[in-house]
Write a protein that binds this ligand. Structure first.
Ligand code: UFG
Length: 353
């Protein structure tokens, strides 16, 4: 059985990916330093999968000795690397913290992968790399724009690092038979659009610490009474209803894209040694549409008001997911309504209601 290391596997996306990997028959090792989560989701993963034996290693991927130790203990066929900080605003205030953490952890994984026999690497990237563009939807060929935050820059830099590492490894193909091919790594970067929602069991989901930065957790926390009022940032954008457009991708669909991508790497189906895929639905949804859909599907009224634009927001971005549809045989399946119902079920679950 092939073994996948999920770094940051106790977090929001990592826990959903762990479930889908196990459902697909992979052995999974989860590593997490718990800097942005507790054990709630990992416990949920165990319940959903009925597996009590998933190895969980509490460790920081910035600790090179710990990463090396993990690779010497387990034969790893592929790594899905999530372990990173992700708050855009905080990254602007504390760039060194972001560069240090997000780059060091990834470099340690790549180094250990090379030392311990080589493996495939899937990097958790973001649509943020496209920045503001008029050419929509964006394809993987759309040019990346200079990052507007250190967080976004770490995504671009890590994509480039992975591309370079894979390119160097491809040089081994020219080696004589029997030469040491330890470093050979195939890489995939998945560029996520806006992941939302929760597992249908409501046993795992997003657990933001403090005031949520993102739209859907802010909505669910307002609906449950933790927050007084949702501010919709800007209703004067050049969009049909004046609010921003995004491509909201269900987290379970997103998790399944990882399983498809890992399968492509491990089954030797990649056309290039480094590939990039947009993971989105291809459907733009405005903030107001999303709020209205949330109210309708869950039969409630949300307290919201229009507020000034939020600094740094892009007017509109959505994916052309054709490459992922075609090459990964993957497609977003859950409807926005199902996803928003799952987000609400999760909020009620964690509130004990
Ligand atoms: N929004 C509100 N009120 C809120 C929160 C958000 O109106 O309280 C709006 C934003 O202005 C934006 C939309 O909801 O128009 C989505 O905002 P999110 O913060 O949920 O998501 P972003 O699109 O800003 O950012 C997300 C991820 C980033 C990633 C980026 C890539 O959070 O990590 O997508 O496009 F880099």
């Amino acid at each position: 059985m092939k073994r996948v290391l999920v770094s940051g596997g106790a977090g929001y996306i990592g826990s959903h990916v762990t479930v889908e990997l196990i459902n697909a028959g992979y052995d999974v090792v989860v590593a997490d330093n718990m800097s942005n989560c507790d054990l709630t989701c990992f416990e949920g993963v165990k319940k959903i999968t009925g597996r009590d034996d998933i190895p969980f290693i509490e460790m920081d991927c910035c600790d090179d000795a710990a990463v090396a130790d993990l690779f010497s203990k387990y034969r790893i066929d592929a790594v899905i690397h999530f372990a990173a900080f992700k708050a855009v605003g905080e990254s602007v205030a504390e760039p060194v913290k972001y560069y240090r953490n997000n780059l060091d952890s990834f470099l340690n994984i790549l180094e250990a992968a090379k030392t311990h026999g080589g493996c495939n690497v899937l990097f958790s990237s973001s649509a943020t790399v496209y920045g503001e563009t008029d050419k929509l939807p964006v394809t993987e060929e759309s040019p990346r724009q200079p990052a507007t935050s250190p967080y976004g820059n770490t995504k671009q830099i890590c994509e480039d690092i992975l591309r370079d590492v894979v390119k160097a490894a491809a040089g081994y193909d020219a080696m004589e038979p029997g030469a040491d091919r330890k470093g050979v790594v195939k890489g995939i970067a998945l560029r996520y659009f806006n992941p939302i929602g929760a597992h249908p069991s409501a046993l795992i989901g997003e657990l933001p610490r403090g005031v949520p930065n993102n739209l859907v957790p802010y909505i669910t926390q307002t609906a449950i009474g933790k927050r007084e009022c949702l501010s919709i940032f800007g209703n004067d954008y050049p969009t049909p209803d004046g609010t921003c457009l995004r491509d909201y991708i269900d987290v379970v669909d997103l998790a399944k894209a990882h399983v498809a991508a890992v399968g492509r790497m491990l089954d030797g189906k990649m056309e290039e040694s480094y590939e990039i895929f947009n993971i989105g639905t291809g459907r733009p949804v405005s903030v107001l549409e999303l709020v209205n859909a949330f109210e309708k599907v869950n039969g409630l009224k949300l307290n919201y008001r229009f507020a000034p634009r939020r600094a740094g927001d892009t007017t509109a971005i959505w994916a052309d997911p054709m490459r992922a549809n075609r090459e990964l045989g993957w497609k977003a399946e859950r409807t926005l309504e199902e996803t928003l119902a799952s987000a609400w079920a999760w909020e009620k679950h964690i509130a004990g209601k």
